[in-house]
Design a protein around this ligand. Structure first.
Ligand code: ADP
Ligand code: MG
Length: 258
C-alpha cells in the first residue's frame, strides 16, 4: 500500500521543496514507485524538475476542485523512470478562496489521491509555507509528516504552532497522521550555531529526529536551475548522498529496506 508523506513547515526557506524533490528522487533511485505532488502555488518543485509551471494545464488544484482525475495530471520524470509528478501552477493561489464554500473542503486532496495511491510505494507532498487550506488538505491526505528544521537561529520558532495544528488534524480529520520525523537541514559543520541547533533539537525531540542531517551544499541549491534532482545532477555530491541516506532511513523505518 502506498504511503503518503507530507513535507510541511509554515516557515519559508527551511528546505521543504529541496527535501521533497530530493527525497522523492532518492526513493525512485532505490526502486520505489514514487509520486511527487507540488502543493505550493510557487511551483518550485514543478520548475525544479524541469517543468515550466506556465505549461501546466492540470495540476493538483484541478484534481481537488475541478474533478480532473489525478491520473490525468501525472507527468513522468524524464530521467528517473520510477518518479512521477503532479505539478502545480500559480492558480493554486485562488484555490484556497474558491474552496471556502465547498463541503468537506479539507478532504479534497485525500479524495483526489484515493484512486492512484496504491499505484505507488511513496507519495511525497511539497507543502507551501502556510497552514492554509491546501496544507490542511495535504495533512488530511497524509499518513505521515516530515518537518524540515533549518540549523539556524530561531530554528524551533513556529514548531509549537505546527505541532498543535497536527494535533487538531489528528483529532478532527485524520487520526492516523503520524510524525515521520523532524529533519535537520542546511547544516554547516563549521559553525558552532549549527551544532548548537542540532543539540537543541535532539534534546527536545530525540525520538522524532532523523539520524540523517542534510548539510548545506551548493549542488542542492544549484540543481533546480538545471531542472534536475541532485542525484541526477551530481550523484557524488554530499547533498545527493545525504538525501539518499534519508531515503534509506525511511525505508528501514517502514520495513522496506533491502
Ligand atoms: P522551502 O521550500 O522550505 O521554502 P527551499 O527548499 O526552497 O525551502 O530552500 C530555500 C532555499 O535554500 C533555496 O534556494 C534552496 O535551493 C536552498 N537550500 C535548501 N536546502 C539547501 C541545502 N541543504 N544546501 C544548500 N542550499 C539549500
Ligand atoms: Mg518550497
Amino acid at each position: 500500500m502506498g504511503k503518503i508523506i507530507a513535507i510541511a513547515n509554515q516557515k519559508g526557506g527551511v528546505g521543504k521543496t529541496t527535501t521533497a524533490i530530493n527525497l522523492a528522487a532518492s526513493l525512485a533511485v532505490l526502486e520505489q514507485r514514487t509520486l511527487l505532488i507540488d502543493a505550493d502555488p510557487q511551483a518550485n518543485s514543478t520548475s525544479g524538475l524541469g517543468i515550466n509551471p506556465k505549461d501546466v494545464e492540470n495540476g493538483i488544484y484541478e484534481c481537488m476542485v475541478d474533478g480532473v482525475k489525478a491520473q490525468d495530471a501525472i507527468v513522468k520524470n524524464e530521467q528517473l523512470k520510477m518518479l512521477d509528478i503532479i505539478p502545480s501552477h500559480i492558480d493554486l493561489v485562488g484555490a484556497e478562496v474558491e474552496m471556502v464554500s465547498i463541503e468537506r473542503r479539507e478532504e479534497k486532496m485525500r479524495e483526489a489521491l484515493k484512486l492512484i495511491k496504491n499505484d505507488y510505494d511513496y507519495v511525497i507532498i511539497d507543502c507551501s509555507p502556510s497552514l492554509g487550506l491546501i496544507t490542511i488538505n495535504a495533512l488530511t491526505a497524509a499518513d505521515s509528516i516530515i518537518i524540515p528544521v533549518q540549523c539556524e537561529y530561531f530554528a524551533l520558532e513556529g514548531l509549537g504552532k505546527l505541532l498543535n495544528t497536527i494535533k487538531i488534524i489528528q483529532t478532527r480529520l485524520n487520526p492516523g497522521l503520524e510524525i515521520e520525523g523532524i529533519l535537520l537541514t542546511l547544516y554547516d559543520s563549521r559553525t558552532s550555531l549549527g551544532n548548537q541547533v542540532v543539540e537543541e533539537v535532539r534534546t527536545h525531540f530525540q525520538k522524532m529526529t532523523f539520524a540523517t542531517i542534510i548539510p548545506r551544499n551548493v549542488k542542492l541549491s544549484e540543481s533546480p536551475s538545471f531542472g534536475l534532482p541532485a542525484i541526477v545532477h551530481d550523484a557524488e555530491s554530499k547533498g545527493a548522498i545525504s538525501y539518499l541516506n534519508l531515503a534509506n532511513e525511511i525505508l528501514k523505518k517502514n520495513g522496506k529496506s533491502k
